[in-house]
Design a protein around this ligand. Structure first.
Ligand code: C5P
Length: 452
């Protein structure tokens, strides 16, 4: 089945009351329409995409299509005076197909899983739409602002997009529609019905809603963030701060790969519904295996938390080469191997991501017996800042989260006699890490966040 799409985007956005039409509203780093186009462009199921845009919108859209590498499938055409006119122009710009999916540019959070069942239903019945039960009751009204009657909402559905049509039916419907319908009609399914289709209705989704009013932008921002940050790798995730970070990210809906040297990674992963990987991050080949496993299973890495760390209490004069090496290899080189691998996949995906290094308050002021530990943690701050600079063109953000003394097994082993009251709760550190992951901070990267 040859399936193409028309994505009308020529509206002027008058309901929002803003000079910029809503399809060009920027949510995080890209306008809403880019989210929509990316979902269609990514789908192997869709051959060609026509996007009707207004005269003013065309140069803007051209630029976006280039910037987000959508040129392969997208054709920009001039829209019309109404949504129907725009869709017709789009349809005429497509090569003949079996089925055409029509979808509003301003419903950016659709998912591609709907394309196949929708197109198949359209192929079988002539046309298919997505619908939702009504949440508000619909009233018939008089011209002068009075209620005429109420409709029984159980009998009605709200019509969403995407909708799909047999190509020939939609062509015919538009060729035979009156100018009045073309200008004032709003429902393509109605035209298809009159063209002989028995319109099949599939269940839509709250996520297919049309961004229309100001509060919708806030929802869009949250959803965009959720889509951008889906998969996390947390090293040293079986205990202490790492474990709390893994739990906290999982609570926020991320899929988390828990990496640890010991077998406990599996157990933590099981509890949070994630993936446990036993690996030593100080060994580059093991880091490679971690990334292969996560990419193989989940196809992406959006968040990396370099938390794995070891410490020994030893004065510099007494520290052996091996001990020094082991600490630096795990705390600093391990973070480097992971960062390098994460950077590569985050840059290639075009989605960017966030890399967080867990530092330590020992990085400043010096601390007797913690030379290797402090030096390796201080190195992480420099690594973060470089990652931030090099990551900027790719949307990769980097932060160091620097906890003061925290109540972890690592700390307890160094200072068995320390009093609880002096120590930070690892959950508080995890909160700051989670903040860095789930908040959109476009102009912040490279910073250190101290948790005191
Ligand atoms: O106005 P409404 O919210 O129904 O618009 C739905 C979709 O139709 C939007 O993506 C809008 O850009 C598009 N549209 C169009 N041409 C018009 C009017 C609306 O492509 N003349």
């Amino acid at each position: 089945m040859r399936v193409s799409a028309v994505i009308p985007a020529a509206g002027s956005g008058t309901r929002m009351g803003t000079p910029t039409p809503k399809q060009f509203w920027v949510v995080h780093d890209r306008p809403l329409i880019v989210y929509t186009l990316q979902t269609f462009a990514r789908s192997d199921f869709i051959q060609e995409i026509a996007v009707p845009a207004s005269e003013d919108g065309i140069p803007l859209l051209r630029d976006l299509v280039r910037r987000f590498h959508l040129d392969g499938k997208v054709r920009i055409v001039l829209g019309g005076a109404s949504r129907h006119h725009s869709i017709r122009n789009g349809l005429l710009a497509l090569s003949p197909a079996d089925v055409v999916i029509v979808h509003d540019a301003v419903r950016p959070f659709i998912f591609e899983e709907i394309f196949r069942p929708l197109a198949e239903a359209a192929w079988e019945h002539g046309a298919a739409g997505t619908v939702m039960p009504l949440v508000d009751t619909v009233l018939a009204v008089t011209d002068d602002g009075f209620m005429e009657r109420s409709l029984d909402r159980r009998l009605y559905r709200a019509s969403q997009t995407p909708q799909a049509f047999r190509y020939e039916i939609l062509r015919w419907a538009y060729e035979n529609a009156s100018e009045d319908e073309m200008l004032h009609g709003t429902e393509c399914l109605e035209l298809a019905r009159r063209a002989g289709a028995r319109v099949r209705l599939l269940e839509g989704s709250p996520f297919f809603w049309k961004v229309t009013y100001k509060p919708d932008i806030y929802t869009a921002e949250r959803l965009a963030m959720e889509r951008a940050r889906q998969v996390a790798i947390v090293t040293g995730g079986s205990r202490g701060i790492g474990r709390k970070v893994a739990e906290s990210l999982a609570d926020r809906g991320l899929r988390v790969a828990v990496v640890a040297r010991g077998g406990e990674a599996e157990e933590v992963a099981r509890r949070i519904g994630g993936m446990g990987i036993q690996a030593d991050v100080s060994r580059p080949e093991e880091v490679q295996r971690v990334f292969e496993a996560v990419l193989g299973r989940w196809g992406r890495v959006d968040v990396l938390v370099n938390n794995a760390g070891i410490a020994r209490w030893r004065r510099i004069a007494e520290m052996g080469d091996g001990e020094w090496q082991e600490i630096v290899d795990t705390n600093l080189s391990g973070a480097f191997y992971c960062t390098r691998a994460a950077f590569k996949t985050m840059a290639e995906s075009g989605n960017g991501g966030v890399i967080i290094n867990i530092g330590s308050s020992s990085i400043s002021g010096g601390r007797v017996g913690e030379g290797a530990y402090a030096a390796s943690k201080a190195g992480l701050v420099a690594l973060t800042e470089t990652t931030a600079l090099e990551g900027k063109p790719y949307g990769i953000h980097a932060f160091t989260v620097i906890p003061r003394r925290t109540d972890t097994a690592l700390r307890r082993a160094l200072y068995p006699d320390e009093k609880d009251a002096d120590l930070l709760d690892p959950a508080d550190v995890a909160r700051v890490v989670t903040f860095c992951v789930t908040e959109w901070m476009p102009h912040l990267s490279g910073q250190s966040f101290w948790v005191r």
